[in-house]
Design a protein around this ligand. Structure first.
Ligand SMILES: Nc1ncnc2c1ncn2[C@@H]1O[C@H](COP(=O)(O)OP(=O)(O)O)[C@@H](O)[C@H]1O
Ligand SMILES: O=C(O)C1=C[C@@H](OP(=O)(O)O)[C@@H](O)[C@H](O)C1
Ligand SMILES: [Mg+2]
Length: 175
Protein backbone atom coordinates (compact mmCIF):
# COMPACT_ATOMS: atom_id res chain seq x y z
CA UNK A 1 0.00 0.00 0.00
CA UNK A 2 1.47 3.30 -1.03
CA UNK A 3 -1.58 5.32 -0.10
CA UNK A 4 -1.30 7.18 -3.40
CA UNK A 5 -4.19 7.11 -5.87
CA UNK A 6 -2.88 7.48 -9.36
CA UNK A 7 -6.10 6.53 -11.17
CA UNK A 8 -6.34 4.42 -14.32
CA UNK A 9 -3.56 4.56 -16.93
CA UNK A 10 -6.22 4.82 -19.66
CA UNK A 11 -10.02 5.11 -19.61
CA UNK A 12 -11.90 4.02 -22.75
CA UNK A 13 -15.23 5.62 -23.65
CA UNK A 14 -17.37 5.50 -26.80
CA UNK A 15 -20.46 3.85 -28.24
CA UNK A 16 -21.50 0.22 -28.02
CA UNK A 17 -19.38 -1.86 -30.36
CA UNK A 18 -16.48 0.60 -30.57
CA UNK A 19 -14.27 -2.04 -29.00
CA UNK A 20 -13.76 -0.67 -25.48
CA UNK A 21 -13.83 -4.14 -23.90
CA UNK A 22 -11.82 -5.88 -26.65
CA UNK A 23 -9.21 -3.15 -27.12
CA UNK A 24 -9.00 -2.61 -23.35
CA UNK A 25 -7.79 -6.19 -22.86
CA UNK A 26 -5.16 -5.87 -25.63
CA UNK A 27 -3.96 -2.55 -24.31
CA UNK A 28 -3.66 -3.91 -20.78
CA UNK A 29 -1.63 -6.90 -21.99
CA UNK A 30 0.76 -4.57 -23.85
CA UNK A 31 1.13 -2.30 -20.84
CA UNK A 32 1.63 -5.26 -18.49
CA UNK A 33 -1.44 -4.39 -16.45
CA UNK A 34 -5.08 -5.51 -16.21
CA UNK A 35 -8.26 -4.28 -17.83
CA UNK A 36 -11.28 -3.61 -15.67
CA UNK A 37 -14.69 -3.24 -17.31
CA UNK A 38 -17.47 -1.51 -15.37
CA UNK A 39 -20.13 -3.61 -17.16
CA UNK A 40 -18.50 -6.74 -15.71
CA UNK A 41 -18.49 -5.17 -12.24
CA UNK A 42 -22.20 -4.33 -12.56
CA UNK A 43 -23.07 -7.88 -13.67
CA UNK A 44 -21.16 -9.26 -10.72
CA UNK A 45 -22.85 -6.93 -8.23
CA UNK A 46 -26.34 -7.52 -9.64
CA UNK A 47 -25.82 -11.26 -10.14
CA UNK A 48 -27.41 -11.17 -13.60
CA UNK A 49 -26.74 -10.01 -17.15
CA UNK A 50 -27.23 -6.38 -18.19
CA UNK A 51 -30.16 -7.26 -20.44
CA UNK A 52 -31.96 -8.73 -17.41
CA UNK A 53 -31.23 -5.69 -15.23
CA UNK A 54 -32.83 -3.50 -17.94
CA UNK A 55 -35.85 -5.83 -18.17
CA UNK A 56 -36.38 -6.40 -14.44
CA UNK A 57 -35.44 -3.06 -12.87
CA UNK A 58 -35.29 -0.64 -15.81
CA UNK A 59 -32.62 1.64 -17.23
CA UNK A 60 -32.57 4.18 -14.34
CA UNK A 61 -31.61 1.41 -11.92
CA UNK A 62 -28.89 0.22 -14.31
CA UNK A 63 -27.54 3.81 -14.53
CA UNK A 64 -27.41 4.06 -10.73
CA UNK A 65 -25.42 0.81 -10.55
CA UNK A 66 -23.20 2.14 -13.33
CA UNK A 67 -22.45 5.44 -11.57
CA UNK A 68 -21.40 3.52 -8.46
CA UNK A 69 -19.32 1.04 -10.47
CA UNK A 70 -17.47 3.83 -12.30
CA UNK A 71 -16.79 5.76 -9.10
CA UNK A 72 -15.36 2.66 -7.41
CA UNK A 73 -13.28 1.59 -10.41
CA UNK A 74 -11.80 5.07 -10.87
CA UNK A 75 -10.76 5.10 -7.22
CA UNK A 76 -9.36 1.55 -7.17
CA UNK A 77 -7.99 0.68 -10.58
CA UNK A 78 -4.64 1.79 -11.95
CA UNK A 79 -4.65 -0.24 -15.19
CA UNK A 80 -6.92 0.11 -18.22
CA UNK A 81 -10.57 0.94 -17.52
CA UNK A 82 -13.30 0.26 -20.09
CA UNK A 83 -16.62 2.01 -19.42
CA UNK A 84 -20.06 1.15 -20.80
CA UNK A 85 -21.23 3.28 -23.72
CA UNK A 86 -23.74 5.26 -21.62
CA UNK A 87 -21.56 5.95 -18.59
CA UNK A 88 -20.81 9.50 -19.77
CA UNK A 89 -24.53 10.40 -19.57
CA UNK A 90 -24.07 11.03 -15.83
CA UNK A 91 -22.74 14.53 -15.03
CA UNK A 92 -21.18 13.07 -11.86
CA UNK A 93 -19.19 10.59 -13.98
CA UNK A 94 -18.07 13.29 -16.42
CA UNK A 95 -16.76 15.31 -13.47
CA UNK A 96 -14.89 12.31 -12.10
CA UNK A 97 -13.23 11.81 -15.48
CA UNK A 98 -11.79 15.31 -15.59
CA UNK A 99 -8.00 15.09 -15.55
CA UNK A 100 -7.86 11.37 -16.45
CA UNK A 101 -6.40 10.13 -19.76
CA UNK A 102 -9.67 9.36 -21.56
CA UNK A 103 -9.76 7.98 -25.09
CA UNK A 104 -12.97 8.22 -27.15
CA UNK A 105 -13.18 5.23 -29.52
CA UNK A 106 -15.23 6.50 -32.43
CA UNK A 107 -16.89 4.67 -35.32
CA UNK A 108 -19.61 5.11 -37.90
CA UNK A 109 -23.08 3.60 -37.91
CA UNK A 110 -22.60 0.85 -40.50
CA UNK A 111 -19.67 -0.62 -38.62
CA UNK A 112 -21.45 -0.30 -35.26
CA UNK A 113 -24.54 -2.19 -36.39
CA UNK A 114 -22.37 -4.91 -37.94
CA UNK A 115 -20.32 -5.36 -34.77
CA UNK A 116 -23.01 -5.35 -32.11
CA UNK A 117 -25.28 -7.52 -34.24
CA UNK A 118 -22.76 -10.34 -33.88
CA UNK A 119 -22.40 -10.01 -30.16
CA UNK A 120 -24.17 -10.36 -26.81
CA UNK A 121 -27.51 -8.48 -26.81
CA UNK A 122 -27.35 -4.75 -26.03
CA UNK A 123 -30.81 -3.85 -24.72
CA UNK A 124 -30.62 -0.35 -26.23
CA UNK A 125 -30.22 -1.65 -29.78
CA UNK A 126 -32.83 -4.39 -29.81
CA UNK A 127 -35.16 -2.79 -32.34
CA UNK A 128 -34.14 -0.76 -35.39
CA UNK A 129 -30.48 -0.66 -34.38
CA UNK A 130 -29.48 1.73 -37.16
CA UNK A 131 -31.92 4.48 -36.13
CA UNK A 132 -31.33 3.93 -32.42
CA UNK A 133 -27.58 4.05 -32.86
CA UNK A 134 -27.83 7.35 -34.77
CA UNK A 135 -30.03 8.88 -32.07
CA UNK A 136 -27.70 7.69 -29.32
CA UNK A 137 -24.68 9.14 -31.11
CA UNK A 138 -26.38 12.49 -31.72
CA UNK A 139 -27.08 12.74 -28.00
CA UNK A 140 -23.78 11.35 -26.78
CA UNK A 141 -21.10 12.56 -29.18
CA UNK A 142 -20.79 15.92 -27.38
CA UNK A 143 -20.39 14.07 -24.06
CA UNK A 144 -17.70 11.70 -25.38
CA UNK A 145 -15.91 14.70 -26.85
CA UNK A 146 -16.21 16.66 -23.59
CA UNK A 147 -14.50 13.99 -21.47
CA UNK A 148 -11.93 12.82 -24.04
CA UNK A 149 -8.29 13.81 -24.07
CA UNK A 150 -7.88 11.92 -27.39
CA UNK A 151 -10.11 10.50 -30.13
CA UNK A 152 -9.21 7.32 -32.00
CA UNK A 153 -11.26 6.07 -34.97
CA UNK A 154 -11.88 2.35 -35.05
CA UNK A 155 -13.49 1.81 -38.48
CA UNK A 156 -11.47 -0.44 -40.75
CA UNK A 157 -8.91 -1.06 -38.05
CA UNK A 158 -8.29 -4.28 -36.18
CA UNK A 159 -8.44 -4.18 -32.38
CA UNK A 160 -4.62 -4.53 -32.36
CA UNK A 161 -4.26 -1.51 -34.63
CA UNK A 162 -6.62 0.50 -32.42
CA UNK A 163 -4.61 -0.46 -29.32
CA UNK A 164 -1.38 0.64 -31.07
CA UNK A 165 -2.93 3.96 -32.04
CA UNK A 166 -4.00 4.58 -28.44
CA UNK A 167 -0.45 3.98 -27.22
CA UNK A 168 0.76 6.43 -29.86
CA UNK A 169 -1.67 9.22 -29.05
CA UNK A 170 -1.10 8.90 -25.32
CA UNK A 171 2.66 8.63 -25.94
CA UNK A 172 2.83 5.46 -23.90
CA UNK A 173 4.69 3.55 -26.59
CA UNK A 174 8.27 2.46 -25.93
CA UNK A 175 10.36 3.47 -28.94
N1 LIG B 1 -11.63 -2.84 -34.40
C1 LIG B 1 -12.55 -3.81 -34.51
N2 LIG B 1 -12.78 -4.39 -35.71
C2 LIG B 1 -13.70 -5.36 -35.84
N3 LIG B 1 -14.47 -5.84 -34.84
C3 LIG B 1 -14.29 -5.31 -33.62
C4 LIG B 1 -13.33 -4.27 -33.38
N4 LIG B 1 -13.38 -3.92 -32.07
C5 LIG B 1 -14.32 -4.72 -31.52
N5 LIG B 1 -14.87 -5.56 -32.44
C6 LIG B 1 -15.93 -6.53 -32.21
O1 LIG B 1 -17.12 -5.78 -31.95
C7 LIG B 1 -17.86 -6.39 -30.90
C8 LIG B 1 -18.03 -5.39 -29.77
O2 LIG B 1 -16.77 -5.17 -29.15
P1 LIG B 1 -16.65 -4.72 -27.63
O3 LIG B 1 -15.20 -4.75 -27.29
O4 LIG B 1 -17.57 -5.53 -26.78
O5 LIG B 1 -17.17 -3.23 -27.72
P2 LIG B 1 -17.69 -2.25 -26.60
O6 LIG B 1 -17.16 -2.72 -25.28
O7 LIG B 1 -17.15 -0.91 -27.01
O8 LIG B 1 -19.19 -2.31 -26.71
C9 LIG B 1 -17.11 -7.67 -30.51
O9 LIG B 1 -17.69 -8.74 -31.22
C10 LIG B 1 -15.69 -7.39 -30.98
O10 LIG B 1 -15.01 -8.58 -31.30
O1 LIG C 1 -24.46 2.51 -24.51
C1 LIG C 1 -25.11 2.10 -23.52
O2 LIG C 1 -25.98 2.78 -22.96
C2 LIG C 1 -24.79 0.73 -22.99
C3 LIG C 1 -23.62 0.14 -23.38
C4 LIG C 1 -23.23 -1.22 -22.94
O3 LIG C 1 -21.81 -1.30 -22.83
P1 LIG C 1 -20.82 -1.35 -24.12
O4 LIG C 1 -20.69 0.07 -24.62
O5 LIG C 1 -19.54 -1.88 -23.59
O6 LIG C 1 -21.45 -2.23 -25.14
C5 LIG C 1 -23.87 -1.54 -21.59
O7 LIG C 1 -23.31 -0.74 -20.58
C6 LIG C 1 -25.36 -1.33 -21.65
O8 LIG C 1 -25.91 -2.26 -22.57
C7 LIG C 1 -25.75 0.10 -22.04
MG1 LIG D 1 -17.97 -3.18 -23.44
Amino acid sequence: MTGTHTGPAVVLVGPMGAGKTTVGELLAATLGTTCRDTDHDIVETAGKPISEIFLDEGEPHFRALERAAVRTALAEHTGVLALGGGAVLAPETRELLAGAPVVFLDMDVAEAVKRVGLDAPRPLLMMNPRKQWRELMDARRPLYTEVATAVVRTDERTPDEVAGEILDVLELKQT
